[in-house]
Design a binder for this molecule. Structure first.
Ligand code: ADP
Length: 317
């Protein structure tokens, strides 16, 4: 039997890949997500986010690599009871009432928390007697959340969970999500397009582009690893002095002004911009600025911070 105490890693992906015919939806995906984090998987459409979540939810089989959840291979049947997955289209039985839906959750899940599931449904003023098929999109999302939360999973996988909620419901459910995660040590992995939501809720980031992982790590380490540098572009480019010494993620030049997102590899002194076209200003970028730059520049160098680096990969190196 599997030891139920949480290990240090909620997810360990080692060279995980998924191919559909000739096309790779996900390639060489290796990272470790520590237990208890609220992690965001961010990236443009088609980046491979749903594919990764589908693999972790056992809906898909990987073409390459291995995936462990809570220290156990994803293929192990005990994983099913500890992981909840909320799909993007929130599939529910339309002919069931809300009460039937929650009863099904109770019957299928040994760790079911009926009080929590009912509280979630009632706070959205959804009658338990209502047919699921008669609910609005936002109300269905709330019932789907109740099913996922009610399971009291160790790992909650959410694919674009908030996209069809109004701002009030989004605020309420994201608050609940964070409170649940903090109280029960639940690890959350959610894909999202809403960068402000990511900034508010998540303390860990997995940035994807073109089926590859481009950046991974705790936000408290990823943000200070970047600098936003602005100044005068003397010859229509970012000064060579900057690009030679530091890692350039993304740069934009507008007229005589440049703006560059860098990963400094050493001290990056501010030298106030002069009219002669030398010098620059340095500020710490917001998380949103970093994410936008990473998405604009999918070919920028990959950054996987030490802790997120998969140990098996390190050992093999
Ligand atoms: P995201 O969730 O980041 O938008 P997906 O994981 O849905 O990205 O898709 C990644 C890539 O895999 C896309 O190019 C998509 O077209 C492709 N893909 C996803 N599912 C299938 C499938 N069932 N058959 C063929 N290609 C697929």
């Amino acid at each position: 039997m599997h030891d139920p105490s949480p290990g240090p890693w909620a997810i360990e992906a080692d060279n995980v890949g998924k191919r559909y015919r000739r096309r790779w939806a996900l390639q060489e995906c290796s990272f470790r997500l520590p237990t208890g984090r609220v992690a965001a998987m961010v990236g443009p459409n088609g980046a491979g986010k749903s594919t990764f979540l589908g693999l972790a939810a056992r809906l898909l089989q990987p073409t390459t690599g291995t995936l462990r959840l809570g220290g156990v291979p994803v293929t192990d049947p005990t994983v099913l009871t500890r992981v909840a997955y909320l799909a993007q289209d929130k599939p529910l039985y339309p002919r069931f009432t809300v009460a039937d839906t929650l009863r099904l959750g109770r019957e299928l899940n040994p760790t079911w928390d009926q009080a929590l599931a009912e509280r979630l449904v009632r706070s959205g003023n959804i009658p338990l007697s209502a047919k699921v098929g008669s609910l609005s999109g936002g109300q269905r999302t709330r019932v789907a959340f109740a099913l996922a939360f009610g399971k009291r999973p160790a790992l909650l996988l959410l694919d674009e969970p908030m996209s069809d909620l109004d701002p009030l419901a989004r605020d309420e459910l994201s608050g609940l999500l964070m409170a649940e995660a903090a109280e029960h040590g639940t690890t959350v992995l959610m894909s999202s397009h809403l960068l402000t939501e990511v900034e508010e809720m998540c303390d860990y980031l997995l940035v994807m582009a073109d089926g590859r992982l481009r950046m991974a790590g705790p936000t408290e380490e990823l943000v200070p690893a970047h600098a936003l540098v602005t100044g005068l572009a003397a010859d229509g480019r970012v000064p060579k002095e900057l690009t030679d010494r530091h890692t350039l993620v993304d740069a934009r030049v507008n007229g005589r002004q440049f703006s560059a997102l860098l990963r400094p590899t050493g001290p990056l002194a501010t030298t106030p911009a002069t009219t002669e076209g030398t010098g620059w200003d340095v500020v710490t970028p917001s998380l949103e600025e970093i994410l936008l730059a990473c998405m604009r520049a999918p070919d920028a160098p990959t950054l996987i911070v030490d802790d997120a680096e998969n140990a098996e990969k390190e050992a093999a190196a």
